[in-house]
Design a protein around this ligand. Structure first.
Ligand code: UD2
Ligand code: MN
Length: 348
């Protein structure tokens, strides 16, 4: 008991040394094996799955190294300046009888299917221009000729929609504009809508086609009326309302068939919502109206005063939420989206 010979001591120590040597060789073997695994691992291809699924750092590095240039997101564009450096102020307008659609198309190569956005900065607003139309081709040509370069100088992301009333039933400007709003929103969530007569050409590009915190009336004056506001509360010709403002007033009434009253009706809707109409300065908000006579399909609406009196009672039920129509065609032409609609006919 308690006795161990020198031979026995040597034997005990040797056991520990042997154990130590065995552990060392096991470790060396493991290290060797894992080195082989890394060497033999296949080079992963840069797919989004590889980046998500791959769990080794090497796999992720391989994936990054193999990412083709086109997958690298370009640096975000800066927002366009508050005031575009491209504005020219008062413009010299031209109404050449020889002007052709092809000329306007070749002058506006950056416009694709009626839509444009600046290449070097991000536009401050995305704006849909809605133009009610029937049988005013020459006016439309003059307007496109002036409006496209005008909007591009304003560095806007925009698209022009022409809403054509099909058939020869009495014209209904307001309902066509409701259709324009509903149809344009199917393409893109536009921030701002400009409701634009086909025959009004803006004279100064400082009259910027963007929406404000309040509904905006852009035609303070025009050539035919001595560039004076026609009357207090006048809201016709060209107006700008953002998506929410127009939705809040339930759009235009659908019930104004023929000439007059629908613009005043919109003003009443705006006022009922306690919104306040704003206007740019008179020296800027100037338009030339191409001369025209009253269209045969757009007789004066004798019922307009009676309808106007009922607006506070009916606006909730008569507007965007009751606008029924049938889209006959939707063509994406080079300079505008052409929506042809059957909007029905007056009740009586
Ligand atoms: C005034 C208003 C207009 C509208 C209208 C009464 C101005 C500058 N404009 O325009 O906004 O309130 O009175 O309804 O005050 N249109 C066609 N084909 C037609 C008939 C009308 O395309 O057969 C379109 C076209 O976009 C035209 C707009 O409707 O510009 C207004 O009609 P208008 O130009 O005959 O009426 P106007 O100048 O008295
Ligand atoms: Mn007109």
């Amino acid at each position: 008991m308690g006795f161990c010979s020198p031979v026995c001591k040597v034997f005990r120590r040797g056991k520990y040394i042997l154990l130590f040597l065995i552990s060392l060789s096991v470790l060396a073997w493991i290290a060797h094996l894992s080195g082989e695994t890394i060497k033999d691992a296949p080079v992963s291809f840069a797919t989004p799955q590889a980046l998500v699924k791959g769990d080794s750092l090497r796999e992720k590095l391989n994936a990054l190294a193999a990412t083709p240039d086109r997958l690298i997101t370009p640096a975000p564009k800066e927002e366009c300046p508050q005031e575009s450096p491209l504005l020219q102020g008062a413009l010299k307008l031209s109404f050449e009888s020889s002007l052709k659609l092809k000329d306007v198309e070749s002058d506006n190569k950056a416009v694709i299917e009626g839509e444009y956005e600046p290449s070097d900065c991000t536009a401050r607003q995305s704006v849909a221009i809605l133009i009610p139309h029937r049988g005013r081709e020459k006016h439309l040509l003059y307007l496109l000729h002036h409006l496209h370069p005008f909007l591009q100088r304003q560095q806007l992301h925009y698209a022009i929609y022409i809403i054509q009333q099909a058939g020869d039933v009495t014209f209904n400007r307001a309902k066509l504009l409701n259709v324009g709003y509903l149809e344009a929103l199917k393409d893109y969530s536009w921030d701002c809508f400009i409701f634009h007569d086909v025959d009004l050409v803006p004279e100064n590009d400082h009259n910027v086609y963007v929406c404000d915190k309040q509904p905006k009336h852009l035609v303070v004056g025009r050539n035919a009326t001595g560039y004076k506001l026609r009357y207090k509360g006048y809201f016709g010709g060209v107006t700008a309302m953002n998506k929410e403002q127009f939705f809040q007033v339930n759009g235009f009434s659908n019930n104004y068939w023929g000439w007059g009253g629908e613009d005043d009706d919109l003003r009443v809707r705006v006022e009922l919502q306690k919104m306040k109409i704003v206007r740019p300065p008179a020296d800027i908000a100037r338009y030339t109206m191409v001369f025209h006579k009253r269209d045969s399909g757009n007789k004066i609406n004798k019922d307009r005063m009676r309808l106007l009196g009922r607006t506070p009672l009916v606006w909730r039920k008569d507007g965007l939420n009751s606008c029924t129509y049938k889209t006959m065609s939707l063509e994406r032409l080079p300079l505008y989206v052409n929506v042809t609609v059957d909007i029905g006919k007056p009740l009586s």
